[in-house]
Design a protein around this ligand. Structure first.
Ligand SMILES: [Mn+2]
Length: 203
């Protein structure tokens, strides 16, 4: 089974080209023009053993990162959905924790066809400051929401022991999400040819 996908998405605001191999080794080439997001997508894919190439060819960063951040989430969600096809054989559920210093990221994923994001951040007021990219926790939520809706996954992320450092919080969350998605996208050896839903389809 070849679980790969390529996507090229053009809007009036951004142009993004991306490719994914679900069964890769974590080789990445990510150039979003948002430094912090490059780092997050790199470590997300690396720890999940996804091969991910993603390049933002055009962006309206002169406004702010809003459209670019959202559109990368959209493309990434569509990319996973396309690579997984009819979801045959996948475990569907996955969960993981990733600690970083005093911070703990937790991610629980169900690739159910139902796009829904819950993001819980302890002591949010501690980190509600933008970094030099203009990144902020509100953008993390927007990114994950776009990703969840376009993949068709229920995603629940929690950041505990929240750091004052945006980078640390995001890194714990992205590592946990990568590890949870790795698990959810593995083939279940008990029924590798079945679509894992009592409905018989995941769409
Ligand atoms: Mn880092």
């Amino acid at each position: 089974m070849n679980r790969t996908a390529q996507i090229e998405r053009k809007s009036k605001e951004t142009e993004i080209i991306a490719s994914l191999n679900i069964d890769g080794q974590g080789k990445t080439q990510v150039k979003t023009n948002i430094g912090l997001l490059d780092h997050m997508l790199d470590l997300f894919a690396f720890h999940a053993c996804f091969d991910l190439d993603l390049a933002v060819k055009k962006a309206d960063l002169e406004i702010d990162i809003h459209h670019t951040n959202e559109d990368i989430g959209i493309v990434l969600g569509k990319l996973f959905k396309k690579a997984l096809g009819d979801m045959q054989g996948i475990k569907r559920f996955g969960s993981a924790f990733a600690p970083m210093e005093s911070t703990l990221g937790r991610a629980v994923v169900d690739i159910s066809g139902r796009g829904y994001l819950t993001l819980v951040i302890d002591n949010l007021e501690k980190v509600n400051i933008k970094n030099e990219d203009g990144y902020a926790m509100a953008y993390l939520e927007h990114f994950l929401e776009s990703f969840a809706h376009n993949l068709g996954a229920t995603i629940n992320v929690k950041i505990e022991g929240t750091s004052e450092d945006l980078h640390t919080n995001m890194e714990a969350a992205f590592k946990a999400l990568g590890l949870a998605l790795h698990e959810a996208t593995r083939i279940n050896p008990s029924r590798p040819n079945m679509i894992p839903s009592t409905k018989g389809i995941i769409d």
